[in-house]
Design a protein around this ligand. Structure first.
Ligand code: ADP
Length: 160
């Protein structure tokens, strides 16, 4: 059984992330979505547990598991017996950063963990968690960018 780890902040999960997950589950037997504690991103809308619960509500299928993690992503990948890490690319701006991350992850895991990059469908590529938060705070519709379950929870936080 080939497992893959999909790490990220997911604050919150968007249709861009969901597009990557649906592609990954066609390629691997199990996708482990890892909500990572990111010390670089101080301000977050949802707590780690809230983000995890939201993703769990969206995926009840057996081949998607949601976990939380901190520290090195490669250590988490090894702990969950994953062969690779999935990253989603939105375009050239992501590419430079992701290639660096892929190389360093391969190196610090002593070649155990490789990175597989996937591209979201063109109408999902421009979506990011931060843009969606900004759009909602301007009181504009975000239904095209996130699942209704996520939209409802975001409204409780942003439009209180
Ligand atoms: P991070 O803080 O690690 O960038 P994110 O939650 O923003 O975490 O994203 C997790 C992964 O999903 C990253 O590889 C990111 O590039 C990818 N991703 C996010 N949004 C999209 C999108 N709209 N299309 C494709 N990939 C995406």
């Amino acid at each position: 059984m080939t497992k893959v780890l999909y790490p990220g902040s997911f604050d919150p999960i968007t249709k861009g992330h969901m597009d990557i997950i649906s592609q990954a589950k066609e390629l691997f037997d199990e996708v482990i979505v890892a909500v990572m504690m990111n010390s670089q991103k101080k301000e977050s809308l949802f707590t780690i547990e809230e983000r995890k619960n939201l993703i769990q509500k969206l995926y009840k299928s057996e081949n998607i598991k949601v976990v939380t993690g901190s520290g090195a992503t490669v250590d988490l990948a090894i702990a969950y017996d994953c062969k690779a890490i999935i990253r989603g690319l939105r375009g050239m701006t992501d590419f430079d950063y992701e290639i660096q991350l892929a190389e360093i992850n391969k190196d610090i895991s002593e070649n155990q963990i490789n990175t597989v990059c996937l591209f979201a469908d063109s109408n999902h590529q421009f979506i990011s968690s931060s843009i969606v938060k900004e759009v909602l705070s301007l009181n504009k519709s975000i239904e095209k960018y996130v699942d209704p379950i996520v939209e409802e929870e975001m409204k409780k936080k942003i439009l209180k």
